[in-house]
Write a protein that binds this ligand. Sequence first.
Ligand SMILES: [Mn+2]
Length: 319
Amino acid sequence: MSIQKIIDSIIEYDTIIIHRHVRPDPDALGSQAGLKEIITQTFPEKSVYIVGEEDQSLNYLTRMQVIDDATYKGALAIICDTANRGRIDDSRYTLADKLIKIDHHPEVDQYGDVQWVNTSASSTCEMIYEFYLQAKSQGFHLTDEAARLIYAGIVGDTGRFLFPSTSKKTFQFAADLVTYNFDRPTLYTQMYSEKNNIAKLRGYILQNFKLSPTGVSSIKLTHDILKEYGVTALETSQLVGTFGDIEGICTWAIFVDEEDSIRVRIRSKGPAINKIAEKYNGGGHPLAAGATIYHWEDYDKVMNDLDKACRSYQVDKNH
Ligand SMILES: [Mn+2]
């Protein structure tokens, strides 16, 4: 069983370095830092590090550490919440002695000496809590801070327990986690308070989105628009859910100008869209994925593919 192999590896190694995906979200950071918290509390003598680029807007969750290449010698590297090697933040994980993957995304890329992938988990944080439940009997500890981090990741990846990935287990784990001592109202404020420029850009999206007869919607956030609203490309990740409650919507995509490329954030209420994302240099979950295109001319191609997906989904549904 993968969990036991992970426990054994953590016990075996003195130096453990935990990575997660680029452009982190609360689940990536929560699983990374939550696991670190569990290990350091259980084994104070071990050296445990978390690495990757910081996103300033998520500094309330945790801060990254800077380590040199030599630290990887003879170390265990654990990668959280990352389906493929190309998305791992800090490629030095290859210098480690042993590699473990813990993830809930559909498998894009099989990597790691030990792989624990559970696509039915709502979040990698949910998996970290499950790991803890098994490790607990072997002396592992969960702190209030670990509970805060893991809870944040579950809340983030389930859209506050709203998305279909939210299961009975998700609620049971959340119920356990809220018995720990951390400030939930403050955490929610940190996660969901919206800067006024983001709120105004949300208004722009709601005023200007297009909705096709098949239920495909999109918005183009060009360099000029981002500049006008003073919003960075990274910050637009907060706006993907804006479309979610529009009546008749099937799939939608936000196209964000990132200067050298265009980031496409795709969501769906029915048809799987991760294969479409993969076609355009991306990937993800069946109902939530991301892609990258390099020319605005490809906008129509992505929209056509989403249109086809919605069309055949409607046909399947009606037969
Ligand atoms: Mn995740």
